[in-house]
Design a protein around this ligand. Structure first.
Ligand SMILES: *Cc1c(COP(=O)(O)O)cnc(C)c1O
Length: 416
């Protein structure tokens, strides 16, 4: 099994006696510093949904990062974390009139867009704002493609930006997202070429952008695929292609151009780990006649491990030596939902045959999206409490940091 757990996380996991998710803040800060070294001059806008945990966000602000926020509640959390307003943008192309107005009231001035309808709404509810237009990508090469729902074609982007100018907004930039856990450098190559084309057409029409947003998609360095094989993303090549692309874009822009990047999982995936426990290891005859082992854990798809549909989380079983007898098992969470299981066809996970109820299980590389994908208590299985470590400091967080406070009650007619 391919596992990457840093020594501090390992020590914190060993010290944990109750189920929890542990974030290594120093690890997040290190990965952020490495990213800045790889892409000099780029400003980081962390995609909050990847880890909406106050302490993680505050640590990133201390490192100079800003945020890609997708709702007024995320903007409020970004401000609480200490980010300056000009380092927060509303990066969601999907927003109601009411959310645009709320973001504007909170002081945000940069909005993502991808349609003429959305631009007109921004002009009405956030007059004078700056907009950046998201170009569509096909998501090829990513574990989770983010195509179709977001982004527009180059010709639509020109229309959108001209509409923005006419409506009194500042057409300020272009963005894209190559898809989450993008495994190919070619995806960035293609997206940057399309951006270069639009920058050129816009310049001819007198629209000179001040920035390009390179989006998210940077892969987690140590991910494993559904079969448990290292994904081994070509990070060096990806960074080289992005550096070349920035040079190319500056050349076609013919003037100064800033660059933003919106990493999510790349910064946090390997810096979070879960301490869970074994509910039961069973052997049941399946309807086809064969006997199968199922390992039910206290934590599953609905309390932290939603992404088990796309990857395999490395599991560690402290107290059970590597060479102890093992059995192939389907891994599943504790709820009464059959989707709450991880069953890679043909590649069951080998687990210690002697596992007993209550034995601790460590789940590695699950720092990305675990908190945001947590349900409020499916079948009464609560969101995991979280703790954090940061060098020789450590602390404990609230049970579920992402739950926004209820807004004041509204009447139906008021809702956009
Ligand atoms: C989710 C998201 C990101 C982060 O994606 P990762 O694949 O985790 O890097 C960045 N930008 C936007 C607009 C997003 O929605």
């Amino acid at each position: 099994m391919y596992v990457n757990v840093t020594a501090p996380l390992r020590a914190a996991l060993a010290a944990a006696t109750e189920d929890q998710i542990i974030y290594d803040l120093a690890g997040v800060a290190r990965r952020h510093a490495t990213l800045l070294r790889e892409l000099p001059g780029v400003r980081v806008r962390f995609a909050m949904k990847a880890c909406p945990v106050d302490e993680v966000l505050t640590r990133l602000v201390q490192q100079g990062a800003g945020f890609d926020a997708a709702s007024p509640a995320e903007i409020a959390q970004a401000l609480r974390a200490g980010a300056p307003l000009d380092a927060i943008h509303f990066g969601n192309t999907i927003k109601s009139d009411r959310h645009i107005a709320e973001a504007h009231r909170l002081g945000v001035r940069d909005f993502a867009t991808d349609s003429v309808e959305d631009v007109r709404a921004i002009a009405r509810h956030a007059p004078g704002a700056r907009v950046f237009c998201r170009l569509a990508t096909d998501g090829a090469g990513a574990l989770w493609g983010l195509s179709r729902k977001f982004g527009c074609t180059p010709s639509d982007a020109v229309r959108v930006m001209e509409t923005a100018r006419t409506a009194g907004l500042t057409p300020a930039g272009l963005s894209f997202h190559v898809g989450s856990q993008q495994m190919t450098a070619e995806a960035w190559r293609g997206a940057i070429d399309r951006v270069a084309g639009v920058v050129t057409v816009l310049a001819r029409r007198g629209i000179h952008l001040d920035h390009v947003n390179l989006g998210g998609g940077l892969p987690a360095p140590h991910g494993t695929d559904r079969g448990g094989n290292p994904l081994d993303p070509p990070l060096d090549k990806i960074f080289a292609v992005i550096r070349e692309g920035m040079h190319q874009l500056r050349t076609v822009a013919g003037g100064p151009l800033d660059f933003l990047i919106e990493p999510g999982r790349h910064l946090v995936a390997d810096n979070g780990a879960i301490r869970a426990h074994v509910a039961r290891l069973t052997t049941r005859e399946q309807l086809g006649g064969d006997r199968a082992h199922w390992l039910y854990l206290s934590c599953g798809k609905f309390n932290g491990l939603y992404e088990m549909d796309g990857l395999q989380y490395p599991l560690l079983f402290p107290g059970h030596p590597e060479d102890a007898p093992r059995v192939p098992a389907v891994i599943a969470g504790p709820t009464c939902d059959s989707d709450d299981a991880y069953d890679p066809a043909g590649a069951p996970v080998r687990v210690p045959a002697g596992l007993a109820s209550g034995d601790p299980v460590w789940i590695a590389s699950c720092g990305a999206y675990a908190t945001s994908y947590t349900t409020q208590g499916f079948n009464g299985f609560s969101p995991l409490p979280y703790t954090w470590i940061d060098g020789d400091r450590a602390g404990r967080g609230a049970p579920h940091p992402a739950a926004p406070p209820l807004a004041a009650p509204v009447t139906l007619g008021e809702v956009a």
